[in-house]
Design a protein around this ligand. Structure first.
Ligand code: K7E
Ligand code: CUA
Ligand code: CA
Length: 643
C-alpha cells in the first residue's frame, strides 16, 4: 500500500491527506449515482451558483467571520456565554449509534444523549430489567438506525410531550418521554422492514407513521423469495398513546420520507422505487416516481368498513393503484408523478403546499394540496417546479414565505421564495433568493420550529455528511459537520455561524423552542413502575434460590454494606435513589456481572442476574456523587456451592 512509513524520508506528512481539493463536483465523483446526472445540468447549477456569488456562495466568503474567528451578526446574539442558557433544544438523530442527541441552539453544545435502540451504560439503559426487556421485546437487536426525530404537537405546535424516532435498520418506531428525556416504548412493526420516515398526523399527533422503505414479501416468512414483483411496502400507523399498530396501507413502489398536512386529512410520502426494482440501476430507470398522498379519513373508513386483510395482527388496507379502494371518487392514496427519485417531502407551515425535493432532478415539486380534490390529472396539482441546484434532498421553512433546500451535490443550502416559485415557469431559477456554501454534502437541514404552523425563521442547522478539511484529522472515519446558519436577516442573507463536529451520523433534527419543553429535574415516583425503597424498607428476602435485595442509595452508601448470596441464586436488586437534591445521580455497578444501573434522584430501578461466579464483588457507585463517592461501595459475596 502507499501509506508506508519511510524512515529515510522522515515521517510521512499526513496533514496533506486533509488538504482536500474542493471541486464542486467532488461529491459526484465519489457517488456514481450522482455522476450520472447529465453534465449540462451540472453546468447550469454551477452557473447559477456563480451568479449569486456576491451573496456568499463561495466557501469562506460569507463575510461574517472576524479575523479572530468570532462571529458578529448585527443585533443577534449568537453567543451563549458560560452560565447562559440556549433558546432552543435541537434533537438530532444519532444514525447508527441508535440514539438521539440533544443540542442547545445557538450554542450547539451537546447537552445529552438519549439511548433508544442501543445499550448505554451511563444512562443504565439496557442494564436494568425494564429497559433490558424493552430492547429484548422489541426484537432483541443490538443497534438501530435513527433518522427522524419528531416532537409531538397539539394544534400544530410542539407540545413537549414526546419525541418519536424511527429505526430504519430493523423496522421499528420508538417513543421518548420528554419529561424525563428517556425512551419509554419501542414497537417492532410487523409488516415493515426498513422504517424510514417517522412522523405524525397533525394537527394533534393522532397517529405516528412508520414509512416502509424496503420492499419485502408480506408476510416475510420465506415465500416469494426471488419474486420482487410480490414484494410490498406499507405505511404503518401507530397509536401514540399505546404504541400499538392501528393499520397498514399497502402501496405501489416504496416509501422514503414523509410529512403530514396540518388539518388531519393528508399525509404525504415520497417513492423513489416506482420501478419496484431490486438494483440501483433499475430503481433509477424511470423518468418519474411518486409522491403518495394518503387520505387518512378515507383510510379510516376503509378500516371501519372491514375493507382490509389482517396480516400479523394488523389490518392492512390495499392502497395500491389497482385497488378497488382507489377506483372510486375518493381514492385512499393518490399517486402524483414527480421527477425521478425524489427524496424529502414536507408541508409548508400554512398547510398549503407539499414540497418534494428532487434528488436526481434539480428541482423541487410544489404540490397545491387543495387541488388534489379538484384536478383530473394529478400532475396538475404541481403548481411550481423551481430549479434549485444539484441534489436537492430536504426542504424546511421560515416565517416569511421562504423555503430552504439542502443541495447534496452542490454542497449548498438554497433559499427560495415559495410564491415566486408558483408564479414562475417550471424549471426557472427566479424563485432563488440566496445560496450559502456548506461544508460539505448536506443531507438534512432543519430550521427552528419548522414542522409547526409557526416557524421562527432565525436558525437553520445544515447536517453535513462530510467534513473533510474542517477539523483536526482523527483517522479515516471523519466526524460529520453540523453547521449553524443564521437565517433571520433577509437583506444580509444566510450567515454561517458555527461548525460543530459530530459523531456519525445524524440525519434529521427537530429544533424546539425551550418554552415548549418542560423537563423534570427529579423523578416523580408516581411516574415509575416500581415502588420506591425507603430508608427503613431495606431487606434481603430469600425463597427457593431466588433472592430479592431491597436497598436505597444515597451519599455515600447503598442500604446494605454486605449482600451475601449463594452461587446459582437468581438475584434481583431493587434500588432507589432517595436523594431529593437535583443532579445527585448514583449508579449500581457490579463488575464481572456486567451491571451498571443508573438512578437519578427519586428513581427506582431493578436488575436481575444469576450469581454464577463465586467470589467477592464490589458493588460501587459509578457516578461521581460526592467527595466520598469512592467510598460509596458495598460487597456482594457469592458463596460457592459445596462439592
Ligand atoms: Cu435524507 Cu433518513 Cu432524512 Cu438521511 S434521510 S439525510
Ligand atoms: Cu453515589 Cu458516587
Ligand atoms: Ca425511480
Amino acid at each position: 500500500m502507499t501509506q508506508t512509513h519511510d524512515s529515510d524520508d522522515g515521517p510521512t506528512d499526513t496533514t496533506h491527506s486533509t488538504d482536500v481539493d474542493l471541486e464542486i463536483d467532488a461529491a459526484s465523483e465519489r457517488d456514481p449515482l450522482f455522476a450520472r446526472i447529465p453534465r449540462r445540468d451540472f453546468m447550469k447549477a454551477g452557473m447559477a451558483a456563480g451568479a449569486v456569488g456576491a451573496m456568499g456562495s463561495l466557501a469562506g466568503c460569507t463575510g461574517i467571520l472576524d479575523r479572530d474567528g468570532s462571529v458578529s451578526i448585527d443585533d443577534v446574539d449568537t453567543d451563549v456565554a458560560p452560565g447562559d442558557l440556549d433558546e432552543y433544544y435541537a434533537f438530532l438523530s444519532g444514525g447508527h449509534s441508535g440514539e438521539v442527541r440533544v443540542y442547545g441552539v445557538p450554542s450547539m453544545r451537546q447537552l445529552m444523549r438519549i439511548p433508544v435502540f442501543s445499550k448505554e451504560s451511563a444512562r443504565g439503559y439496557g442494564y436494568d430489567d425494564e429497559t433490558r426487556e424493552l430492547l429484548e421485546e422489541s426484537g432483541g437487536y443490538t443497534w438501530g438506525d435513527v433518522h427522524h426525530p419528531r416532537v409531538s404537537q397539539t394544534d400544530n405546535e410542539y407540545d413537549g410531550r414526546w419525541l418519536f424516532v424511527n429505526d430504519k435498520a430493523n423496522g421499528r418506531l420508538a417513543r421518548i418521554d420528554l419529561t424525563y428525556f428517556e425512551t419509554d416504548a419501542i414497537v417492532d412493526l410487523p409488516n415493515q422492514q426498513g422504517t424510514h420516515g417517522a412522523c405524525a398526523l397533525m394537527p394533534d399527533t393522532k397517529y405516528i407513521f412508520g414509512v416502509g422503505e424496503f420492499r419485502v414479501p408480506m408476510p416475510n416468512d420465506g415465500r416469494d423469495l426471488d419474486d420482487p414483483e410480490e414484494y410490498t411496502s406499507v405505511l404503518s400507523a401507530v397509536d401514540p398513546e399505546t404504541m400499538n399498530p392501528v393499520f397498514d396501507v399497502l402501496v405501489d413502489g416504496n416509501m422514503d420520507n414523509a410529512d403530514s398536512g396540518k388539518d388531519g386529512r393528508w399525509f404525504f410520502g415520497t417513492c423513489y422505487n416506482s420501478e419496484e426494482a431490486v438494483t440501483e440501476s433499475e430503481m433509477t430507470r424511470s423518468d418519474t416516481d411518486y409522491v403518495q398522498a394518503f387520505d387518512i379519513p378515507a383510510i379510516e373508513d376503509a378500516v371501519e368498513n372491514g375493507d382490509y386483510e389482517e396480516i400479523d395482527g394488523v389490518p392492512v388496507v390495499d392502497g395500491t393503484k389497482d385497488s378497488s379502494l382507489n377506483g372510486g371518487d375518493s381514492p385512499i392514496v393518490h399517486y402524483i408523478d414527480v421527477p425521478s427519485n425524489p427524496h424529502g417531502v414536507t408541508v409548508t407551515p400554512d398547510g398549503s403546499y407539499a414540497i418534494a425535493s428532487g434528488k436526481l432532478d434539480n428541482t423541487c415539486s410544489v404540490i397545491d394540496i387543495a387541488r388534489l380534490d379538484e384536478v383530473d390529472d394529478l400532475t396538475d396539482a404541481i403548481v411550481g417546479q423551481p430549479e434549485l441546484g444539484m441534489g436537492p434532498l430536504h426542504t424546511r421553512y421560515d416565517d416569511r414565505g421562504h423555503a430552504y433546500t439542502s443541495l447534496f451535490i452542490d454542497s449548498q443550502v438554497v433559499k427560495w421564495d415559495i410564491e415566486r416559485a408558483v408564479d414562475s415557469e417550471p424549471g426557472s431559477d427566479e424563485a432563488v433568493v440566496d445560496r450559502i456554501d456548506v461544508h460539505y454534502s448536506p443531507g438534512h437541514l432543519n430550521t427552528s420550529q419548522s414542522y409547526t404552523a409557526d416557524p421562527r425563521g432565525d436558525w437553520l442547522i445544515s447536517l453535513n455528511k462530510h467534513s473533510m478539511d474542517r477539523f483536526l484529522p482523527v483517522g479515516p472515519t471523519f466526524p460529520v459537520n453540523d453547521q449553524l446558519i443564521y437565517i433571520g436577516d433577509d437583506e444580509e442573507g444566510m450567515q454561517l455561524v458555527k461548525d460543530t463536529p459530530g459523531h456519525p451520523e445524524p440525519h434529521d433534527a427537530t429544533i424546539v423552542h425551550r418554552d415548549n419543553i418542560e423537563p423534570a429535574s427529579i423523578y416523580d415516583p408516581d411516574d415509575l413502575e416500581l415502588d420506591p425503597i425507603g430508608l427503613d424498607e431495606t431487606g434481603i428476602e430469600r425463597e427457593d434460590g431466588r433472592v430479592h435485595v431491597k436497598m436505597y442509595n444515597q451519599r455515600n452508601h447503598f442500604g446494605h454494606d454486605t449482600v451475601t448470596v449463594e452461587e446459582g441464586d437468581e438475584v434481583t436488586i431493587t434500588t432507589t435513589n432517595i436523594e431529593s437534591a437535583e443532579n445527585i445521580v448514583h449508579s449500581l455497578a457490579i463488575p464481572q456481572y456486567d451491571i451498571n444501573v443508573k438512578t437519578a434522584p427519586q428513581e427506582t430501578r431493578e436488575v436481575t442476574f444469576t450469581a454464577d461466579k463465586p467470589g467477592v464483588y464490589w458493588m460501587y457507585c459509578a457516578y461521581f456523587c460526592s467527595a466520598l463517592h469512592l467510598e460509596m461501595r458495598s460487597r456482594l459475596l457469592v458463596e460457592p456451592t459445596e462439592d
